[in-house]
Design a protein around this ligand. Structure first.
Ligand code: NIG
Length: 439
């Protein structure tokens, strides 16, 4: 109904030209391959079909923030008087990036730890010594909510400038009830102030708080019994369908503890979406459990066996690969080729965080996924747009079509493969968010 009303008012606006933005003569990656209707993840060879319109015009209603027409490039006479025109001159126009795995809400710095790592200590050794995630936990506990919001907004602006228009942001640097709730409030507050879209995730099982009174078992019990219901309440009050996440790893949460957390979340709210960090360093059996539980995604997968990757590929659970991690930590990468070849719903994300991936750029994640995870440039583009949107439950973005939200990036390039080929710079010329040019 609302969409129809939006379309009607958009039609009126388009006839007059007021409030209309036309991106002209672009190489449009519609992400709508032939034979595929609607939204949803693409798998297998469909991931390589970008639905290219070689010379197209995209008409946007700025009032509703929606795309109203995608058509073959036409002469200027078809542009209504009063419309704003963005001349693409053959450059690539594609959906804004959807970054489906970030820890962009943090305080403090891990640069000293990074230097320790350069001197030979591993991520897990630093974590076992009380640093790593716990050092960011201490910094976040000491920070007030407003400062967390400001820091997050600053990072979101950098991400937006690099073409990311939808961002998942996890909590997880609080661990105790008060700080997890502070993080979720901060993420919700940034969500209300950001031009793009922020989607919060309650990462309640991120680490084990060794300082918790009563020890490990009491910490896990308190997280499940006390923090979890409060976190679900905060998300519910923010109008968010909850997503709960955990880090299943030696030194972090066990498979059994993750399953307890997820089952409790589902008992409290059957609509809870479950995601899990698994097989980053060690394969503990969480991939199969996640599939059994019908998790939305398993993220990382650097240490997964071929058999587990195939099992994941044959399930409904998304595989999220995070190549900035291997680049920053230890040169180990998920085998994206196996995943795509076996038909997985694959997404690629930045994993923006202070410990394993201090990187805001999806262009960089694409460049790395192609070099180290075996994806083609086209597959990586699909994984960072349409598939990531589907993972996050958005049916209105990740593709370029009438009725879609006008979150778009105009690249500096006329060949989308340059997204993977070049690295270290910003491939994005212009970003359009909800129908407005943002830069
Ligand atoms: O996905 N591995 C667990 N969580 C993050 C890292 C967080 C951190 O080191 O602060 C990740 O890589």
């Amino acid at each position: 109904m609302a969409e129809r009303a939006g379309r009607e008012s958009a039609k009126g606006a388009c006839e007059s030209g007021a409030g209309v933005l036309v991106v002209r003569d672009a190489r449009v990656l519609t992400m709508k391959p032939g034979g595929v209707d609607g939204a949803g993840a693409l798998r297998g060879e469909k991931m390589r079909e970008l639905g290219v319109l070689p010379r197209g015009d995209v008409v946007i209603d700025r009032g509703s923030g929606m795309i109203v027409e995608v058509r073959a490039h036409a002469d200027a006479a078809r542009i209504p008087a009063g419309a704003e025109v963005l001349e693409a001159r053959g450059r690539v126009l594609m959906p804004g990036f959807v970054d489906c795995h970030t820890h962009a809400c943090w305080a403090g710095s891990r640069i000293d730890e990074w230097e320790m790592k350069l001197a030979g200590r591993t991520y897990q050794e630093i974590m076992a010594g009380g640093g790593g995630i716990m050092s960011t936990v201490r910094a976040v506990r000491a920070e007030d909510e407003g400062a967390l919001v400001d820091a997050l907004l600053g990072r979101l602006e950098v991400m937006l400038a690099c073409g990311t228009t939808t961002v998942e942001v996890k909590s997880g640097y609080g661990l105790d009830e008060a700080t997890e709730l502070k993080m979720l409030h901060a993420i919700l507050s940034a969500r209300g102030r950001f031009a793009g879209t922020v989607s919060p995730t309650a990462l309640l099982g991120h680490a084990i708080d060794a300082g918790h009174l009563g020890g490990r078992d009491a910490f896990v019990r308190d997280t499940v019994a006390r923090t979890l219901p409060q976190a679900l309440r905060v998300l519910h009050e923010g109008g968010i369908e909850p997503t709960v996440d955990a880090f299943c790893e030696q030194g972090a949460w066990t498979v059994e503890e993750c399953v307890r957390l997820f089952e409790a979340a589902r008992t409290l709210n059957p609509h809870t979406r479950v995601r899990v960090h698994a097989d980053q360093f060690n394969s503990l059996g969480m991939v199969r459990e996640a599939v059994r539980l019908g998790a939305v995604s398993v993220d990382h997968l650097e240490a997964s066996s071929e058999a587990d990757l195939v099992a994941l590929a044959q399930s409904r659970t998304f595989a999220v690969i995070l190549p900035c991690c291997g680049f920053h930590l230890d040169g180990r990468f998920a085998n994206g080729r196996t995943l795509v070849d076996h038909g997985a719903a694959v997404s690629v994300a930045s994993n923006f965080n202070p410990g394993s991936a201090p990187c805001a750029s999806m262009g960089m994640a694409i460049a790395l996924a192609v070099r180290h995870c075996g994806l083609t440039a086209a597959e990586a583009i699909c994984a960072t747009t349409r598939n990531a949107a589907a993972l996050m439950g958005f049916a209105d973005r990740g593709f370029v079509a009438p009725g879609a939200r006008a979150d778009l990036v105009l690249l500096r390039h006329t060949d989308e493969r340059a997204l993977a080929y070049e690295f270290g710079g910003n491939p994005v010329e212009r970003v359009i968010v909800n129908g407005r040019v943002a830069n």
